[in-house]
Design a protein around this ligand. Structure first.
Ligand SMILES: Nc1ncnc2c1ncn2[C@@H]1O[C@H](COP(=O)(O)OP(=O)(O)OP(=O)(O)O)[C@@H](O)[C@H]1O
Ligand SMILES: [Mg+2]
Length: 246
C-alpha cells in the first residue's frame, strides 16, 4: 500500500530566505507521525505545502501515492490550524458545519446539522451545540475546532500545534481524545509540535527537523505501548533521548 503522505526532496524559499531544504519522509496509512522542531524551523510551512495552500519550490509530494497538483486532490485531507479560527458569530454546531460547507456544497442543511451534531458528540461536546465560542472554555473551543476538522471524515488529518495554548491537564485530555478518535476512525495523522513530551505521548514515529533551513535531522520510532504517561520510566527515558536530538 502506498504511503498516505510522501515527501521527496521538498524545499521552499520565500525570496532569498530558504525555509525548507530537501525534506523527505513518508507518513504511512493510519500512522501518527509527529513533526518536531524549534520555532521558525518551517513546520507550518511544510503543513501548508502538504495541504496545498502553498506551492513547494522544489521536490515532490504524493498523497495516497498520487502526485498532487495545485490545491486539487486534497479531499482526503483536513487541517487543524495553529489558531482555532472559530467564527465567533456562529454556534459550535455551525462552526463544525463550516468544514462541510466548503467540502460538500451539495449536502442538505438537515444532513449537515446531523453530521455536525454527531461529530460534536464524538469530541465530548454533547449539549453544547448551541453555544457560541465566547461561552466555551479554551479546552471546549479546541474540541469544536477538532470537530470541524473531523466533520468531513478525513482520512488524513494535519494538525499544527492544536493544543499548545491549553493548560497541561486539558492538553492530556485532548491527547486521549485524539488517540481514541484515531483508533475509531483509523485516520492518518501528521501532528506538528515543538513539545518533546507531546511527540512521544502521541506518535508512532517522530520526524525531527533541524532549523535554518528546515531539514530532517532524524526519524525516531516510538515503540512503547499506549496509553503513555511521562511518569512511566520508559516514556520518561524516550522523552530524555529525544530531547537530546533537538
Ligand atoms: N509567507 C511567508 N513569507 C515570508 N516568509 C515566511 C512566510 N511564511 C513563513 N515564513 C518564514 O519561514 C520561516 C518558517 O516559518 P514557519 O511558520 O513555517 O515556522 P514554524 O516551524 O511553524 O514556527 P512556529 O513553531 O513558531 O509556529 C520563518 O522564518 C518565517 O518567517
Ligand atoms: Mg508554526
Amino acid at each position: 500500500m502506498s504511503a498516505a503522505i510522501s515527501l521527496r526532496g521538498v524545499g521552499k524559499h520565500f525570496g532569498s530566505l530558504q525555509v525548507l531544504d530537501g525534506v523527505s519522509f513518508d507518513v504511512g496509512q493510519g500512522e501518527i507521525v509527529a513533526l518536531l522542531g524549534t520555532s521558525g524551523c518551517g513546520k507550518s510551512t511544510l503543513l501548508n505545502i502538504i495541504a496545498g495552500l502553498i506551492e513547494p519550490s522544489a521536490g515532490e509530494l504524493r498523497i495516497d501515492g498520487k502526485e498532487t497538483e495545485g490545491t486539487k486532490d486534497r479531499n482526503a485531507l483536513s487541517y487543524m490550524f495553529q489558531e482555532d479560527r472559530l467564527l465567533p458569530w456562529r454556534t459550535a454546531r455551525a462552526n463544525a458545519e463550516f468544514g462541510l460547507e466548503a467540502a460538500v456544497p451539495s449536502i442538505s442543511a438537515r444532513e449537515r446539522h446531523a453530521r455536525a451534531e454527531a461529530v460534536l458528540d464524538l469530541v465530548g461536546l454533547q449539549g453544547f451545540a448551541d453555544a457560541h465560542p465566547h461561552q466555551l472554555s479554551g479546552g471546549m473551543r479546541s474540541r469544536v475546532a477538532l470537530a470541524r476538522s473531523l466533520v468531513t471524515s478525513p482520512r488524513i488529518l494535519l494538525m499544527d500545534e492544536p493544543f499548545s495554548k491549553l493548560d497541561p491537564q486539558m492538553r492530556t485530555q485532548m491527547h486521549e481524545e485524539l488517540l481514541r478518535i484515531h483508533a475509531m476512525r483509523n485516520m492518518t495523522v501528521l501532528f506538528v509540535t515543538h513539545d518533546v513530551e507531546e511527540a512521544i505521548v502521541l506518535a508512532d514515529r517522530v520526524v525531527v527537523l533541524a532549523p535554518r533551513p528546515g531539514r530532517v535531522r532524524e526519524i525516531v520510532n516510538v515503540d512503547l505501548p499506549r496509553p503513555r504517561s511521562a511518569t512511566e520510566p520508559a516514556v520518561a527515558e524516550a522523552i530524555r533521548q529525544l530531547r537530546l536530538l533537538i
